[in-house]
Design a protein. Structure first.
Length: 314
């Protein structure tokens, strides 16, 4: 699959031994530092965009169009890719135009993204179609990237991430990560199947129910099977799928006691930063599982840091 280079891979893997000791964890705790991916403030969307943006270029696109919340990490990563490739970027954001630009909203402006605001999540897809028509009408070639770049092509970027970890020779027994639109989780599951890595992949929901994440992840894995000419079910996604929505608390982006503790422990023990939308809740799950004795001593647990640190400045 053609891909483009956006920042330096592989991302580092840190041994969070002080955090592990602080939570009384008998297993090894590794942090896969996609937050430190050196492109446009990094994060999980960059891996997906290495393939999706390559496809956009191949199709002759002049403008990338995508959607998300006003503080979307994915939109910031897409606008970064567009800037690097010399393409226009249009973002359809649900919510009101912020009075003061902070965090990702500020970066979107600096990156030159053209913003369209819609009132609800449901209006994002029709909004992107309208913007695509406008681009066409003015002689451009639009390329619409779905929410989170979570389609089979984008998810393959994460399957490659498993290959990267194998080459780094630090193969985990359990991977825990923040999950939302399903592309990261589908890619990790596919990667484990394709590289024959026998690891549990546990997605910690940022907002959605386990059932809706499952539907997204299995659908994307089916698409990957079709793309790679594999038999339906060859990736074993239905059997491998594991998610937990019990760390969401009162809602998307609303801190919980667990996410506050995770954020403080990560910073004070191993100097990395997690946000209350995604990664602090996923790290809170790692901490809770360790305390409940759900990891076996001697296992290697990998917290896949999917980024989102810009959210600390929102
Ligand atoms: C920081 C961060 N972590 C995790 C996720 C979830 O990834 P996915 O949408 O691929 O499930 C997102 C999605 O926006 C994110 O921004």
């Amino acid at each position: 699959m053609p891909s483009i280079r956006l920042g330096q891979l592989p991302t580092p893997i840190d041994d969070a031994s002080r955090l592990r000791d602080a939570i009384g964890m008998g297993s090894r705790l590794l942090i896969k530092r996609d937050d430190a991916l050196p492109f446009g403030f990094g994060g999980n969307k960059v891996r997906k965009l290495t393939l999706v943006a390559a496809d956009a270029l191949a199709s002759g696109a002049t403008a990338l169009i995508t959607c998300g919340g006003v503080q979307s990490n994915h939109c910031r990563a897409t606008a970064s890719a567009a800037a690097r490739l010399g393409l226009a970027c249009h973002v359809v954001a649900n919510g009101a135009a912020p009075e003061r630009l902070t965090g990702n909203a500020l970066l979107l402006q600096l990156l030159g993204a053209r913003m369209t605001y819609v009132a609800s999540r449901e209006e994002r897809n029709p909004g992107m179609q309208r913007v695509a028509e406008e681009v066409r009408a003015s002689g451009g070639v639009p390329y619409v990237i779905p929410l989170g770049a979570s389609n089979p092509l984008g998810a393959l970027g994460f399957a490659r991430g498993i290959g990267e970890v194998v080459r780094q020779t630090l193969v985990p027994d359990v991977i825990v990560h923040a999950s939302s639109s399903g592309g990261t989780q589908a890619g990790l599951i596919a990667g484990c199947a394709l590289y024959e890595v026998n690891a549990r992949v546990v997605g910690i929901s940022a907002d959605d129910s386990v059932e809706s994440i499952r539907e997204e992840v299995l659908g994307i894995c089916e698409g990957i099977e079709a793309m790679l000419d594999l038999a339906p079910g060859a990736l074993g996604a239905a059997e491998r799928f594991e998610a937990d929505a019990s760390f969401v608390g009162d809602g998307y982006g609303i801190p919980t006691d667990g996410s506050r503790e995770a954020q403080a422990l990560a910073a004070t023990h191993d100097a990395f930063f997690v946000d209350h939308w995604y990664t602090a809740k996923a790290l809170a799950a790692v901490i809770a599982y360790a305390r409940r004795g759900e990891f076996r001593d001697g296992q290697t647990v990998m917290f896949w840091h999917t980024g989102g640190q810009v959210g600390l400045f929102a």
